[in-house]
Design a protein around this ligand. Sequence first.
Ligand code: AMP
Length: 359
Amino acid sequence: MTDALAPGSTIGILGGGQLGRMLSVAAARLGLKTHIYEPGAEPPAGQVADRVTTARYDDEGALAAFGKSVDVITYEFENIPTAALDILERLAPIRPNREALRVSQDRLIEKDFIAACQLHVAPHAPVQTAQDLDAAIASIGTPAILKTRRLGYDGKGQARISSPADASAALAAMNGAPSILEGFIAFEREVSVIVARSLDGSVASYHPGENVHVDGILATTTVPARLADDRQAEARRAAQTIVDRLDYVGVMGVEFFVTGNGLVVNEMAPRVHNSGHWTQNGCVIDQFEQHIRAVAGWPLGDGRRHSDVVMQNLIGDDMDRVPELAADPANALHLYGKAEVKPGRKMGHVNRITGPAKS
Ligand code: AMP
């Protein structure tokens, strides 16, 4: 642990949502402090962090003061403006590194990077104009999905193209943003692997979780996933290849489509991931502690699963179910302290233990 941060050191976290909140709790358990940087008022992470800076990502003075006050900088979302990173990287190490951010900020660069790792991705083509889209549809076929290259999340910035007649409406939905057409993968299920890599290059991954999305938002993650052992191993190897290639430090979520012909990588998120929340109650060391350990230069913990878990997101009005969920002793509740309930807003999640892990 030569480069390890001593207890009492401060981890700066860009973003103050639920992921920053759960990272702060994990840091506190290890005797580390957190300083949240977040433009929005009253961030969920602010309730549990040591310090909060409320400022925009173009506030150079606030960024500089934040950077000087922390020992390492990490983040809970990938769309951090480059100019902010330019200021911050002179003041403290940024982990995971900027290359991981550069690759994952743009779906086209990300897909090409993953393909260069010798992993399968959906057929795809860049689209800017109506001509590009016609050509892409001609080569990829339909059904397909048009997505903005940048700033998409939870199914936002996406339009389905069932037949070439849908092309112009889909292009209009992109609002002129550079886009990517992806061939539709007729998957049997979706799984994801949460993988961690430490400063000295050791890698630990969790068992794949099986994900169900509703309206583009993750609804549940179930472990174990319905996936043969060799495919589970293949998914974990793929995740390891990605983090090794990036010389990555921290936790990453890698999403896969499972098809009859094998695994297709959908996307990677250079941060703790919603589909890894089950680890809080299924493993001794959860994804949040694993990320804090990695970025603090500590050894990774044991990622083995001791329990089978179903993680269910509590979205919007699901909050009304909290008393009923709390009355069931098999439910571990995690609420994010968000004052206002809005449709589609992630308010918390519940991890339900379904039994001891067999594999
Ligand atoms: P994304 O934001 O790219 O993760 O997409 C959100 C969800 O849309 C995925 O989890 C899938 O359920 C679905 N989806 C995205 N891309 C594709 C694709 N190429 N083929 C089939 N389904 C997709």
